[in-house]
Design a protein around this ligand. Structure first.
Ligand code: PHE
Length: 351
């Protein structure tokens, strides 16, 4: 073995010992770099004769090429090893169960709202929507409940310190009844020409579901709760129609014909006569118990006048139901607060 073979052997061992590409580049510099051993050999040829230079030069060049190809080989081996390590580290275990995104579901009260809208929709009722921050006029005064009327004290709520167009304030609506007035006024405006010509106006038949607010909080009352208003006004609409509407609605809603409905005399400033509506199931866990589900009545002439209609000609009824209560009855829930706590252990049962 001559000195050049030894050099190739040393380079091979050095390259093999390099565990990373950086170490390999350092090893390369020791042989092929500016001050590397092959370079030194080439520099050392200055003292040789012309003939010796020829042979020695060719041998050194060959040596250089052998070292270079060893280097390339080692580079490829290291790159391959690195790739394999990376693939191993980043590999996916396709046998692991996936992380699930869990299907959402409708809130039980939203389900009830949708049912209410669908059932009344099938009876020809429109669905209207209105503001939760309401003007005093619509919430009370237009509903025959002037300032200082004692009925106002049963509707304690959150007042907002602003001025409504009529000079009174705003408040979080205590019921959905203001929607009676908002919707009727719009309806009357839409049919103003027909009314002015003494022609018949299409009936008002609307429900208005939504959030309402009162200062109230216990197992069956929450400061925020839901109501669904109903209004049917025409030239010939009577309490008999109200009873039929309720019978159809509750039988559909609870999916049973085994259900009785009764009207109990009551008082609301905006209806006269007024009635509380109770239902009783003929079977099931609530069998025979009268449950209050709505307030209702024939719309008071003063309110019909505020709609912009003549109470001598237009008459009808209004009602206000509690969708939260209906949801509790339908699903057998005994604490209203569960609906609004946002606890998924409760809510996910309705998916
Ligand atoms: N708004 C009444 C309440 O909140 C319910 C009601 C509505 C009564 C419509 C009669 C007519 O208690």
């Amino acid at each position: 073995m001559n000195d050049l073979d030894l050099l190739v052997g040393a380079a091979q061992a050095d390259f093999a010992a390099a565990a990373t590409p950086a170490e390999l580049e350092n090893a390369k510099a020791r042989y092929l770099g500016k001050a590397g051993q092959v370079t030194e050999l080439l520099k050392g040829m200055g003292a040789l004769s012309h003939e010796e230079k020829k042979t020695r030069g060719a041998e050194i060049n060959q040596t250089k090429q052998r070292i270079e190809s060893l280097l390339t080989e080692r580079r490829q081996a290291l790159a391959e090893a690195e790739l394999q390590a990376q693939l191993k580290a980043e590999s996916l275990d396709v046998s692991l169960p996936g992380r699930q995104h869990g299907m959402g579901g409708l809130h039980p009260v939203s389900r009830t709202m949708e049912r209410i809208e669908a059932i009344f929709g099938s009876m020809g009722f429109e669905v209207a929507d209105g503001p939760e921050i309401e003007e005093d006029w619509f919430n009370f005064t237009a509903l025959n409940t002037p300032a200082d009327h004692p009925a106002r004290s049963m509707h304690d709520t959150f007042y907002v310190d602003t001025k409504a167009p009529d000079g009174s304030g705003h408040l979080l609506r205590t019921h959905t009844s203001p929607m009676q007035v908002r919707h009727a006024v719009q309806h009357v405006k839409r049919h103003a020409a027909a009314l002015a010509a003494g022609q018949a106006m299409p009936e008002i038949r609307v429900i208005a579901p939504g959030r309402t607010y009162r200062v109230d909080s216990d197992a069956t009352h929450s400061p925020m709760f839901h109501q669904c208003e109903g209004l049917w006004i025409g030239e010939n609409v009577s309490f008999k129609d109200l009873k039929a509407v309720f019978a159809d609605f509750f039988r559909n809603f609870f999916e049973t014909d085994d259900l009785e409905i009764r009207f109990r005399p009551s008082f609301f400033p905006f209806t006269e006569p007024s009635a509380e509506v109770d239902i009783a199931f003929a079977s099931g866990p609530l069998k025979g118990r009268w449950l209050e589900v709505a307030g209702s009545g024939q719309v008071h002439p003063n309110v019909v006048r505020n709609f912009g209609l003549d109470p001598e000609r237009y008459i009808g009824f209004a009602f206000g139901m509690g969708p939260d209560r209906l949801t509790m009855l339908r699903y057998g829930v005994n604490d209203l607060r569960l609906f609004f706590d946002g606890d998924l252990r409760f809510l996910s049962q309705f998916k």
